[in-house]
Write a protein that binds this ligand. Structure first.
Ligand code: OAD
Length: 248
């Protein structure tokens, strides 16, 4: 194990371009639920009831109530040692990127700056009519369905997250795709690797001969291409992988 850790650390240290690709598992130790595990969100709720534009248009009040609960949970959650270790890499590595499928804002709250949020951000909303975006990180969480405040608009505001059947923001996806295709080390943390197009990122990195390092308590769809698979929790393994890197 020690030798495997040493080799993975070496791949991180030598990388000219370093990508960290994360999923819900990295936030589990912060108390944010995953999706497909036994206690996951998509085991308890039907995705089509809460995560489609159709359901939002039919039942905006109910959908907002569900998202407000998730917002409240994400705001109460604290970044865990894995988010902090990833933010340390962001501070210290000159050509670095986080591509996250998470919408909980915890990478940024841990201090990371270079974050591509592939599936949006739970704490932002945008207007269905005029597209105006609003950061609601500090907004009041109670209330009715929010209405756009743009003069004369009055459109319904929706959470700025990618729902089923929707496309990812092409600029964000392109940037993530380009970065993955050019990186020489990709650390994959806490994802089942089942949701595309996000899940293609480690494969693009592999095609560029990048070293693939994975942390997950269970094998995932990506484990087959991992050069170093660490079977464990993100909050325990991620700090071990970066502890040799000294802050300036
Ligand atoms: P999943 O719920 O599919 O997978 C969570 C992964 O985290 C699993 O592989 C777990 O084994 C792993 N895991 C659990 N605890 C962990 C821990 N402490 N440390 C590390 N890993 C742990 O979540 P995602 O792969 O993120 O999309 O799901 C991808 C997308 O599916 C989400 O972004 C969301 C969902 O539908 C949208 O909402 C668009």
């Amino acid at each position: 194990m020690d030798e495997k850790i040493a080799r993975a650390r070496d791949a991180i240290t030598r990388a000219d371009k370093l990508l960290v690709f994360t999923g819900a598992g990295i936030s589990k130790e912060s108390g944010v639920p995953t999706f497909r595990e036994a206690d996951g969100l998509w085991e308890k709720f039907k995705a089509e009831d809460f995560a489609t534009l159709e359901s939002f248009k039919k039942r905006p009040q109910e959908v907002w109530k569900w998202y407000r609960e998730r917002r409240s949970l994400a705001r109460k959650a604290k970044p865990n040692p894995a988010h902090i270790a990833v933010a340390k890499l962001d501070r210290l590595h000159w050509d670095f990127m986080i591509a996250t499928q998470n919408i909980d804002n915890l990478h940024r709250r841990a201090g990371a700056k270079r974050v591509l949020e592939l599936h949006g951000n739970l704490l932002r909303s945008y207007c269905l009519e005029c597209g105006k975006k609003v950061d609601e990180s500090d907004a009041d969480l109670d209330g009715e369905v929010p209405i756009c405040s743009e003069h004369g608009c009055g459109g319904l505001m929706r959470p700025d997250v990618v729902w089923f059947g929707e496309y990812l923001d092409p600029n964000i996806l392109n940037e993530a795709t380009r970065f993955a295709s050019e990186c020489d080390c990709c650390i994959v943390v806490g994802t089942s690797g089942l949701v595309y197009p996000a899940a293609q990122l480690p494969y693009l990195a592999k095609r560029n001969d990048a070293a693939i390092i994975e942390i997950n308590p269970e094998p995932s769809a990506i484990t087959g291409i991992a050069d170093y698979f660490f079977e464990g929790k993100a909050g325990e393994m991620m700090p071990v992988l970066v502890e040799h890197i000294k802050e300036g």
